[in-house]
Design a protein around this ligand. Structure first.
Ligand code: AMP
Length: 597
C-alpha cells in the first residue's frame, strides 16, 4: 500500500491531493493513514513539523467524516494560533471537493464574535487553541459531545506552554468512545500522564524523516534587486549554455510575461499555464520533451506531475509560498542519479524566507554570484567552439561547394577565419555584455549603469522618472524602489492585507506592481508599492469605498529604519489582465541565443 489510492482514500480527496502536487505519502502518512482508516484505536504518532503530519491525521478523518450528521465530529487542538490557521487551511485544501464540509478555526487574540457566528452556523471540524476552545466550551457555545475524533497536535508543545489543565478540562467534555490521535515530537513525562489518563491502549508509530528535497539537487540563489529579476534570469540562462530547464513563476501573467520577453530576446522558450487548453499544453510539453524548447516557463499548477528526463536546471523566478511546492519544483531536476541545480532569484526580503525553507526541506541554500559579462562570454565562447568541434559534417551537401568556398577564403589566414566564424554567433553576446553591470544586490552600482541591463517588459508600468523619485524617497526602513503609502482604512474597518491586495487587484487593472510591507493599524494603514504608480493608484482608488467610507491613498514618508516589525512578505497582486500584449517594435537585446529550429 504505497499510494494514497491504494490506501483507500476517496476520489474527492485524491483529486485534492493531486492538485496540491503530492505524489506519494510521506513516511508518517504511510504509517498513520491505515491505522486511522481501518481501526478506532487511539494513536500516538511521533512526528515533527515538516513530515506531513497534518495530512497524516486530516486525510483519514476526512475520508470517514459525514457532513450530513449533526454536531461537531472532530476537534483538533494545536498550541498556537498560527499552527491552528495552518491546519485549517490545509484541511480546507484537502476537503475542497467534499460537499458541505465545514471547518472552523477558534483561537485567541481575535474577535470572538465571528468565531461564535461560524460555530452557530454549524461545522464538522473545529481547530482550536486550548485557551479559546475552553472559553467557548465554558460559554456553552462549543459542544464536543458528538466528537468522533480528537487530535492533539504538537501535544508536547501544548504541555510545555502550560495548557495541561485546559486540556484536562476540554477532554473531560468529549465522549469516551472517540478515537484520540496524539501527535508529538517528543514524549515528556507530562504527556505520558496525559496519554494514560485519556487514551486507551494506544498504538505508537514514529517517522522522523522530513519532507526532504532531492539529494542530487544543488540549491543556490542569486541575491538580486527586484528591478533586475529578468536580467538575472537571462544571466542564469546565458552562463549555462546547455541549460535544459524550467523557470517557475507564481502567476499566469508573470509566466506569460517572462516567456514573451525571452522569446523576443531570442531564446527557445514557451509558457505553460492555466489559460492554455489541454491541447495547447500538450503541444508545448511535446516541444519541450523533444527539446525543441530549451526553457519551459511554467506555473506550479501547470507543471504538476511533469516528468521530463534530464532537466539540468530549475529556476525559481520567484519562490513559492509553500515549502512543499519548492520541493516539487526542485525535484524536477536531479533525477535518475544525475546532478541538478535549483537557482532562486531572491531579493533581500525573499532571502529572509530561506532559513525557514532550509529547515523544512532539510537542505542548505548556497548564495552564488550572479555571473558577470566576462564569465558569460567565456562560457558561451567555449561552448560555441566545442559545438563546432562536435558538429557532424554533411559531406554530400558541402563537398560540391568546397572549391568555391576555398577560393573565397583564399586570402584569409586560419586565425582570421576562426575569428570570423566564431564572431558570427558570438558577437551578439559580446555586444550585449560589453560593460554589463554587476547585478549582485550587494554590489554598488552607479546610476548610469543601473538601467542598462534592465529589460523592457519587466519595467512595464514603472516610469523611469518614478524610479529616480523612488531612489530619492528611499527610506532607511523602506525598500529601495518602493514607495510607501498611507491609506485611511484600518483594523477598525475590518481592513487587512488580503482586503488591501484585493482592492489593488480589482482597481489597478492590467498592472501588477509589487507590493512590499503592509502595516495595518487600528484606524489607518501603510503599505509599500513599487515606485512609479502613485498617480494611477490614486486615480484607481478615487471611487473606491470600503466599509461605507471613501478610500483615500496618499504618499507617505518612508518608513524609518527599525520602526516596528510588520509583515515583510513581498507579493505581487495576482493580476488577471497583467499579461497583456506589450507594445511591439522596441529594440531587441543582443544577449539571447538564436532560435535553433
Ligand atoms: P506538515 O508536517 O503537516 O507541516 O507538512 C509539511 C509540508 O509537507 C506541508 O507544506 C505539506 O503541504 C507538505 N506535504 C504533506 N504531505 C505531503 C506529501 N505526501 N507530498 C508532498 N508534500 C506533502
Amino acid at each position: 500500500m504505497s499510494t494514497f489510492k491504494e490506501m483507500g482514500l476517496k476520489p474527492e480527496l485524491l483529486t485534492a491531493i493531486e492538485e496540491l502536487g503530492y505524489e506519494n505519502p510521506t513516511p508518517i502518512q504511510k504509517l498513520a493513514l491505515p491505522k486511522v482508516l481501518e481501526s478506532k484505536k487511539d494513536l500516538i504518532a511521533f512526528a515533527q513539523t515538516g513530515t506531513g503530519k497534518t495530512a497524516a491525521f486530516s486525510l483519514p478523518i476526512l475520508n470517514q467524516i459525514d457532513p450530513s450528521k449533526e454536531g461537531i465530529k472532530c476537534i483538533i487542538l494545536s498550541p498556537t494560533r498560527e499552527l491552528g490557521i495552518q491546519i485549517t487551511e490545509d484541511i480546507k485544501n484537502y476537503s475542497k471537493h467534499i460537499r458541505g464540509l465545514k471547518v472552523v478555526p477558534v483561537y485567541g487574540g481575535a474577535p470572538i464574535d465571528q468565531q461564535l457566528r461560524q460555530l452557530k452556523n454549524g461545522c464538522d471540524i473545529v481547530v482550536g487553541t486550548p485557551g479559546r476552545t475552553l472559553d467557548l466550551i465554558n460559554r456553552k457555545r462549543l459542544h464536543l459531545d458528538s466528537v468522533e475524533w480528537l487530535v492533539l497536535d504538537e501535544a508536547d508543545e501544548m504541555l510545555s506552554m502550560g495548557f495541561a489543565e485546559d486540556l484536562d478540562a476540554i477532554l473531560d467534555t468529549t465522549p469516551s468512545d472517540k478515537q484520540t490521535l496524539l501527535f508529538s515530537a517528543t514524549m515528556p513525562p507530562d504527556m505520558v500522564k496525559l496519554s494514560r489518563k485519556y487514551m486507551t491502549d494506544p498504538v505508537e508509530i514514529s517517522a522522523g524523516s522530513k519532507q526532504e528535497a532531492n539529494a542530487n539537487v544543488h540549491h543556490v540563489y542569486y541575491k538580486i534587486h527586484s528591478r533586475d529579476r529578468y536580467a538575472a534570469l537571462k544571466r542564469a540562462v546565458d552562463v549555462n549554455p546547455d541549460i535544459y530547464g524550467i523557470v517557475f513563476c507564481r502567476t499566469r501573467a508573470e509566466t506569460k510575461d517572462v516567456a514573451e520577453q525571452l522569446s523576443e530576446d531570442g531564446y527557445n522558450t514557451d509558457a505553460i499555464h492555466g489559460d492554455l487548453s489541454q491541447a495547447q499544453r500538450d503541444t508545448v510539453m511535446g516541444r519541450f520533451r523533444n527539446r525543441q524548447l530549451q526553457l519551459l516557463i511554467a506555473t506550479d499548477v501547470a507543471a504538476r506531475g511533469l516528468d521530463v528526463q534530464d532537466i539540468t536546471h530549475v529556476i525559481n523566478y520567484k519562490l513559492p509560498d509553500e515549502d512543499a511546492v519548492y520541493v516539487h519544483r526542485s525535484g524536477r531536476t536531479g533525477r535518475a542519479s544525475k546532478e541538478g541545480q535549483s537557482i532562486s532569484l531572491l531579493t533581500s526580503n525573499e532571502i529572509s524566507k530561506l532559513k525557514y525553507l532550509e529547515r523544512k526541506i532539510g537542505r542548505k541554500f548556497e548564495q552564488i554570484e550572479i555571473p558577470g559579462g566576462k564569465e558569460i562570454c567565456e562560457k558561451q565562447l567555449l561552448n560555441l567552439i566545442s559545438n563546432i568541434i562536435d558538429t557532424e559534417i554533411q559531406s554530400d551537401h558541402i563537398d560540391n561547394f568546397l572549391p568555391q568556398i576555398q577560393e573565397m577564403f583564399d586570402d584569409m589566414t586560419k586565425e582570421e577565419l576562426i575569428r570570423k566564424v566564431v564572431s558570427v554567433e558570438f558577437n551578439r553576446f559580446a555586444e550585449y555584455y560589453r560593460n554589463a553591470p554587476d547585478l549582485n544586490a550587494n554590489a554598488e552600482r552607479g546610476g548610469r549603469d543601473r538601467g542598462r541591463d534592465r529589460d523592457r517588459g519587466r519595467d512595464r508600468g514603472r516610469d523611469r522618472g518614478g524610479n529616480d523619485r523612488g531612489d530619492r524617497r528611499r527610506g532607511r526602513g523602506t525598500d529601495e524602489n518602493m514607495t510607501r503609502y498611507f491609506i485611511n482604512q484600518g483594523k477598525k474597518d475590518g481592513f487587512d492585507p488580503k482586503t488591501l491586495m484585493g482592492m489593488i487587484n480589482a482597481n489597478l487593472k492590467g498592472k501588477s506592481p509589487e507590493i512590499g510591507q503592509i502595516e495595518i493599524m487600528k484606524m489607518f494603514s501603510f503599505f509599500e508599492m513599487e515606485s512609479g504608480h502613485t498617480e494611477e493608484l490614486q486615480r484607481a482608488m478615487k471611487s473606491v469605498e470600503h466599509n461605507g467610507r471613501p478610500v483615500s491613498v496618499e504618499e507617505s514618508k518612508p518608513k524609518p529604519s527599525g520602526a516596528g516589525r510588520s509583515e515583510r512578505r513581498k507579493r505581487r497582486p495576482s493580476s488577471d489582465g497583467g499579461g497583456g500584449h506589450r507594445g511591439g517594435g522596441g529594440r531587441s537585446h543582443g544577449g539571447g541565443r538564436r532560435r535553433r529550429r
